[in-house]
Ligand binder design. Structure first.
Ligand SMILES: [Zn+2]
Length: 136
């Protein structure tokens, strides 16, 4: 059963694997960091946050200094969807932003009625939790 975790990430409880919600590409063990299964674009922050004043005339331009900050963008290798982005010092490894207790997640979903769906991302509706075939 695929469990949505973010707009673009889900966990398949049977295989205990991270997957892309758009194309179902496998991104690695759900007990590990999904970022290890992504493509990473190490961006110069001045490409995104351009200097607000002339960098020829001024040392500080309100743009991030690339010697102190990098922007890592994480993409699905299957469909190219950008899954995450983060600002880090140069050379810092990607952060471990979601550590899922897979056993607890399995127990939580085993206790729910079959067909339970949590709408997320483009599937968001006014109801926070619904059960297929139910009028609740
Ligand atoms: Zn994908």
């Amino acid at each position: 059963m695929p469990i949505p975790m973010t707009e673009y990430l889900e966990i398949d409880l049977e295989t205990e694997r991270w997957r892309c919600r758009r194309c179902a590409h496998d991104l690695g063990s759900a007990r590990g960091n999904y970022k290890e299964g992504t493509l990473v674009y190490d961006r110069d922050p001045t490409e995104i946050h351009r200097p607000l004043i002339d960098p020829v005339r001024y040392e500080f331009t309100f743009a991030p200094d690339p010697a102190w900050c990098r922007i890592l963008e994480f993409y699905c290798p299957g469909c190219g969807t950008q899954i995450e982005a983060e600002y880090l010092p140069p050379g810092h490894p990607p952060t471990y932003d979601m550590q899922i207790d897979v056993d607890a997640l399995k127990a939580q979903w085993a206790a729910r009625p079959p067909g339970t769906v949590i709408p997320l991302g483009r599937d968001v509706t006014a109801e926070p939790l619904r059960v297929s075939g139910s009028n609740q």
